[in-house]
Design a protein around this ligand. Structure first.
Ligand code: SF4
Length: 184
């Protein structure tokens, strides 16, 4: 029988702050997990919120999207940071991932878990953290449009990291609606 040996790295003096989930986080996991448990309610709320944002499109347009970006981004970063541990990837997929942010996966996988999920459902890289994709599946089962989790996500576009997904989705919806009106 072949015996597998796992070599543990020796501890070093440098522990980057805010990177490992282990100190970050019991409290934050609690909020993140609450959001996933309440994914259905948040799905409904986000739908209404997106409608209001779209209604305000003429206002954003008048002021200028580039001018409103800083204050909106400030709020988005803090609200989503608190609720989802958002990493501001700029291309939000929470509605398709059971309200579990895939950017919290240490491998940043956007289309399901790797093969390393532990038997207890935790991450192989950060053993104290529930696998974001295990949680995504659980969250998606509560949602009306939970089957969107089957949609294949594009790779992350790093060029729009740290930009507002709220404004991007709004501007895209407004452009699509204007284009549809022109076709009629
Ligand atoms: S998918 Fe991107 S924008 Fe959405 S919560 Fe995660 S990091 Fe933030």
């Amino acid at each position: 029988m072949v015996e597998l040996k796992i070599h543990k790295k020796p501890p070093t003096a440098y522990v980057p702050s805010g990177v490992s989930a282990i100190g970050r986080q019991k409290r934050r996991y609690a909020i993140r997990l609450w959001s996933i448990r309440h994914s259905r309610m948040l799905e409904w709320f986000y739908g209404k919120f997106a409608d209001v944002f779209l209604l305000l499109h003429p206002l954003w347009n008048k002021i200028g999207y580039s001018r409103v970006e800083a204050p909106i981004k400030f709020v988005e970063k803090r609200v989503k940071g608190l609720m989802f541990d958002c990493r501001m990837c700029g291309q939000c997929v929470l509605s398709s991932t059971g309200m579990s942010c895939p950017m919290n996966c240490p491998k940043q996988l956007r289309n399901g878990p790797c093969g390393g999920v532990r038997a207890n459902g935790n991450c192989e890289v950060e053993p104290d953290m529930p696998c974001v994709w295990v949680k995504a599946w659980e969250g998606s089962r509560n949602m009306v449009h939970g089957d969107k989790i089957m949609t294949v996500q594009k790779p992350v576009d790093q060029s729009i990291r740290e930009t507002s997904a709220w404004l991007r989705v709004t501007a895209q919806a407004a452009a699509a609606s204007e284009a549809a009106k022109k076709e009629v």
